[in-house]
Structures are given as C-alpha cells and as structure tokens.
Design a protein. Structure first.
Length: 139
C-alpha cells in the first residue's frame, strides 16, 4: 500500500461512524472484522454509484492494522475508484480514527476491494470506463 500520510485524503469520507461497545473484543478494542465491514460498505457505495447498480465484493487485498480503534472513536472511511475492467472495479479504502475529544487523526488501516457489477439476474454486467473528473470515484 502507500506510505502512511499524516492526514486523511482531501475528499469527503464515504462513511463516518462512531465505534461503540458492541463492536469490541473481550479486551475492549474494536473488532478488525467490524472495521473491515465499514470499509467494504464504503467501497461498495463507490462501486455501486460508478456501475449504476448492484456490485458485489469479490476480493479484498491484505489489510494491515496500523493502529487500534477504541470505543468512542470517530471512524472515517475514505474510498475512491482506482481501476475499472469490463465488469469489475477496484476501490481503495482507508480508515482513519479521531478520538472523541480530540482533533488528532490517525490512519488505522487500508485495503483495495474488488467488485463485480451484476444485474437483476445475478450475472456479470459491463461497467462504464474510468471517469476523467476528480471526486470520490476518481483514480
């Protein structure tokens, strides 16, 4: 993945959520699976918007958890389209935490999710090419 920057991406997050006690392991840290599901949800929003319909997750690149997330932390997930095939899309997702009573942010993890666009019949369908304008669905 990329070298860890000191601040979040400039675009608006695809998802922002507060980590709650129900999302913790027995040691009080937020489950990695909960964080991955938030990233998948944010990435799927980008993929669905780009493909103008249903898109399903088919892969997630290796995730490395750089920092823990604690109860009460605000988690912002940034997602952007980085590649398009005939029926597939790759979306880079980064999760950042901010302590509830602080302005300091830290990147906690990142991954690339791969989606395939499908129709109502659950069969693969074509997707538009990469956009040329900046934004959440820009390379």
């Amino acid at each position: 993945m990329s070298e860890e920057p000191d601040r979040p991406p400039p675009q608006a997050p695809a998802i922002r959520v507060t980590a709650m006690p129900a999302d913790t392991n027995p040691y009080g840290d937020i489950f990695g699976g909960w964080l991955m599901s938030q990233m998948d949800l944010a990435s799927s929003s980008v993929a669905s918007r780009h493909s103008r319909g249903r898109a399903v997750t088919v892969a997630a690149d290796a995730m490395v958890f750089h920092k823990p997330v604690s109860v009460g932390d605000e988690v912002s997930v940034y997602a952007r389209l980085i590649g398009v095939g005939r029926t597939s899309m790759r979306v880079r997702s980064e999760a950042w935490r901010r302590a509830r009573n602080d302005e300091t942010t830290e990147k906690v993890t990142e991954a690339v999710f791969t989606f395939v666009a499908i129709g109502e019949d659950r069969q693969k369908r074509s997707v538009p090419p990469m956009p040329e304008t900046p934004g959440n669905i820009d390379p």
